[in-house]
Ligand binder design. Structure first.
Ligand SMILES: [Zn+2]
Ligand SMILES: [Zn+2]
Length: 350
């Protein structure tokens, strides 16, 4: 089969022929039709996450090279192992999104259904071969979520950007600290969050993004207002609403976390989902005096992924703007993503 692989960190991805995986035991083989390209793929491809102050954290130990990226996988159930069980109503040939945040199955996080928090994960496209290929091996049928009723590729894209946004919005709503809210960074994740918030009956967010195209896309998706994150514009927004109850940061630099924390009202919470990295400092006394929270959020559970696909189908939420690229052109597409030349999401067609 054809696969697009990291053969050396930072070097162009290699599109070449590799052996097609053989199914065994409870495994399921999915023929990939679409795979979303995520900004974390840029980091995984470089071999590092940025910690800040010029320091990098190597992620090369996650897997061995050559390695196949891709965790926003959609495809068709092609073949199953002798002991595999497919979910009810998912026969061979069903088009499915694949939940990629697979854990060990027996640690405390996995046992309470939070496989995405497993300490020894086997996530597709991070530790295990992912969806930048014609086929992907899935360890069990329960990770398949039928994509019926959704645009081709949409269910796959929901598994990372959509799921991260959905899980954070759901948690903030349950905590009762959601409105009014500030959204920082209207890329693929941020735009998903705006559309989902609408379907979840949450208020429209105020959006801060330096890019004119991103701001236009945010307004089109239903933002209350969108502005460049200049001190004046932020101050005006804060005065208009009396400070934000929540700030969702889909960029994750020291600067954007600073914006999120500085524009909260008392009792507010900042949630960081972006992975750009940096070192953030603040006067600690602000946390107790203003009773602020600063927390992180990363993807979501398998149950949330199923709920999200249901919600998107029920509310007829359209996908964020998509740039379609062929798998063979994936290396150039990853360069475009790294250089921030993409509005919305890159969707690889296999
Ligand atoms: Zn991702
Ligand atoms: Zn586990």
């Amino acid at each position: 089969m054809k696969a697009l692989q990291i053969t050396a960190y930072g070097a162009p991805l290699t599109y070449h022929e590799v052996p097609r995986p053989a199914v065994a035991g409870r495994q399921v083989l999915v023929r990939v039709t679409h795979c979303g390209m995520c900004h974390s793929d840029v980091h995984l491809h470089s071999g590092n996450f940025v910690i800040g102050d010029g320091q990098l954290q190597s992620i090369a130990g996650n897997h061995t090279l050559p390695f196949t990226l891709g965790h926003e996988i959609e495809g068709v159930v092609e073949e199953i192992g002798p002991d595999a069980e497919l979910p009810p109503g998912v026969p061979l040939g069903t088009r499915c999104g694949v939940y990629p945040w697979i854990g060990c199955g027996h640690c405390p996080a996995c046992l309470r259904g939070e496989e995405q928090l497993c300490d020894t994960p086997a996530a597709l496209g991070v530790q295990k071969a992912g969806g930048y290929a014609e086929f992907v091996l899935v360890p069990e049928g329960r990770y398949l979520i039928p994509a019926e009723g959704l645009a081709p590729g949409h269910a796959g894209m929901l598994m990372c950007s959509g799921l991260t946004a959905y899980a954070a919005l759901q948690r903030m709503r349950l905590a009762g600290s959601m409105e009014p809210w500030l959204l920082i960074g209207a890329g693929g994740l941020g735009l998903s969050a705006i559309l989902l918030a609408r379907a979840m009956d949450l208020a429209a967010p105020y959006v801060a993004d330096p890019g004119e195209g991103a701001r236009a896309a945010a307004m089109e998706a239903g933002a209350a207002a969108a502005f460049a994150p200049s001190p004046d514009a932020l101050k005006a927004a804060r005065e208009a609403v009396g400070g934000f109850a929540a700030a969702l940061d889909f960029v994750g630099t020291a600067e954007t976390v600073g914006i999120a924390m500085n524009f909260l009202r008392k009792g507010g919470a900042a949630v960081v989902m972006g992975l750009y990295g940096g070192l953030y400092t603040m006067p600690v006394i602000r946390l107790p005096l203003r009773q602020l929270r600063l927390e992180g959020s990363c993807t979501g559970t398998l149950a949330q992924a199923r709920d999200l696909v249901d919600l998107v189908r029920r509310a007829n939420i359209r996908p964020v703007p998509v740039q379609r690229r062929k798998l063979a052109e994936g290396s150039a597409a990853l360069d475009d993503l790294a250089a921030r030349r993409v509005v919305g999401r890159v969707l690889l067609e296999v």
